[in-house]
Design a protein around this ligand. Structure first.
Ligand SMILES: NC(=O)c1ccc[n+]([C@@H]2O[C@H](COP(=O)([O-])OP(=O)(O)OC[C@H]3O[C@@H](n4cnc5c(N)ncnc54)[C@H](O)[C@@H]3O)[C@@H](O)[C@H]2O)c1
Length: 382
């Protein structure tokens, strides 16, 4: 199978690596967008991607390409996903699906006319072997009746007022930042683990820096670079957000996200409390899961393919003690998507373990409900 990629920033490197690890797919081409051609072309060359197109439309005419990855900044998700679908290519998009529910609805309606297109989203956290193990432990009754799910996703890369990225500007990132950028991952994983949908939210959002110093030159995501000249920019999106929620199967929960928590880098964690036991997993220590009991000794479970539930086992490739982590989970997501396409399955008739555009659309609805709840200072039904 041959693939193309649009957008050559931070996350593109992990997509490029993941496809190469599959063994049955390879890159045919990359395309840049807008004013970013020089950097994008250099990156495509550095990764030995055979062709670089300055025009996305031209790349989409390439008959060899079956799957296209959309790794652009959020404001281009709608436009690029629309182009890919209209070209009849399978689309694997970065999250959030679009900038608003209105935009993600447009994508779902376009897909009605293109049943041949398989659509997947990069909600990669659900693809960690121990998140899958957590899901199977919950679903098979090993913790009793699940009652509560809670956790957080904390980062520090926007801690200072001199930290800047396109995500801070609603024109490029959307009306929500921390919730849409990282809370979307948390909500996706929580729904997968519990096997239910979040249907009601009550949120409080905080903008720690109402004004930030935007450097004169753009900085790639996570890159640290001092700039001599700055422009002051008003910030209206949230640095921190906390959300109480209820799910359709009676489970209650809470999560909080922050991009200004010093020392926290990619601190994504989930805890489920059931009527008999609890489970906890933190992606910064991805090979371990904690299982807690009231009347027995608690356990620290080390990821081992031999010990995982048979339905979670294939998400793990390395023996115990050989760490698996973030890029491996992303590769699992890409693998599931490509396998589905290679086996000529249809989303209309067959289930999949990766998130589809329908899942991405539901997350967009959750994001907008959270924004509405913050504005109205009350519970909002999704
Ligand atoms: N799944 C994950 O864990 C994960 C992690 C990081 C990023 N992402 C998503 O991937 C997408 C890209 O994020 P990234 O971190 O690679 O960003 P990035 O800034 O490193 O790269 C974004 C790319 O988009 C293009 N672009 C077009 N217009 C732009 C503009 N005005 N400003 C900046 N870039 C512009 C450029 O080609 C650029 O290389 C985002 O939608 C983000 O939410 C997902």
């Amino acid at each position: 199978m041959k693939a193309g990629i649009i957008g050559m920033g931070f996350i593109a490197g992990s997509h490029i690596d993941a496809v190469r690890r599959l063994g049955f797919a390879e890159w045919a081409a990359a395309a840049g967008t807008g004013t970013h051609h020089e950097l994008s072309r250099q990156k495509a060359e550095a990764h030995y991607i055979p062709r670089y197109y300055e025009s996305v439309d031209d790349m989409l005419l390439d008959p060899e390409i079956e799957v296209v990855h959309n790794c652009t900044a959020n404001h281009l998700h709608l436009e690029m996903n629309e182009k890919i679908i209209k070209a009849g290519k399978h689309v694997f998009s970065e999250k959030p699906l679009a900038k608003s529910v209105r935009e993600s609805e447009r994508l779902l309606s376009l897909l009605q006319d293109h049943p041949e297109v398989t659509h997947g989203m990069n909600f990669n956290y659900r693809m960690n072997p121990l998140v899958q193990e957590m899901k199977h432990k919950v679903r098979s009754g090993q913790i009793g009746q699940p009652r509560l799910i809670h956790g957080s996703y904390l980062q520090d890369w926007l801690l200072l007022d001199t930290d800047y990225n396109w995500r801070l500007d609603p024109e490029f990132g959307g009306d929500s930042r921390a919730i849409a950028d990282i809370g979307s991952h948390w909500m996706d994983a929580a729904q997968v683990v519990i096997g239910g949908k979040i249907i009601e939210v009550c949120a409080d959002l905080v903008t720690v820096w109402p004004v930030r110093k935007k450097p004169a030159t753009a900085i790639e995501t996570f890159a640290v670079q001092a700039s001599a000249s700055y422009e002051e920019k008003s910030i209206v999106t949230e640095d921190y957000g906390s959300v109480l929620f209820r799910m359709d199967n009676g489970v209650s929960g809470v999560f909080y996200v922050s991009q200004v928590s010093a020392g926290r880098k990619c601190h994504f964690n989930l805890e489920v409390n059931g009527s008999q036991a609890s489970l906890y997993w933190n992606q910064e220590d991805a090979d371990r899961m904690w299982m807690g009991f009231r009347d027995e000794d608690n356990r620290s479970i080390m990821r081992s393919p031999n010990r995982l539930h048979e339905q979670a086992r294939h998400y793990s490739s390395l023996p115990s003690g050989h760490p698996e982590g973030w890029n491996d989970a992303l590769k699992n997501n890409v693998y599931s998507f490509y396998k589905f396409v290679a086996e000529r399955k249809s989303l209309k008739t067959e289930a999949c373990d990766f998130a589809t555009f329908e899942d991405g659309h539901y997350i967009m609805k959750l994001i907008e409900a959270i924004l509405e709840s913050h504005r109205s200072k009350g519970w909002v039904k999704v």
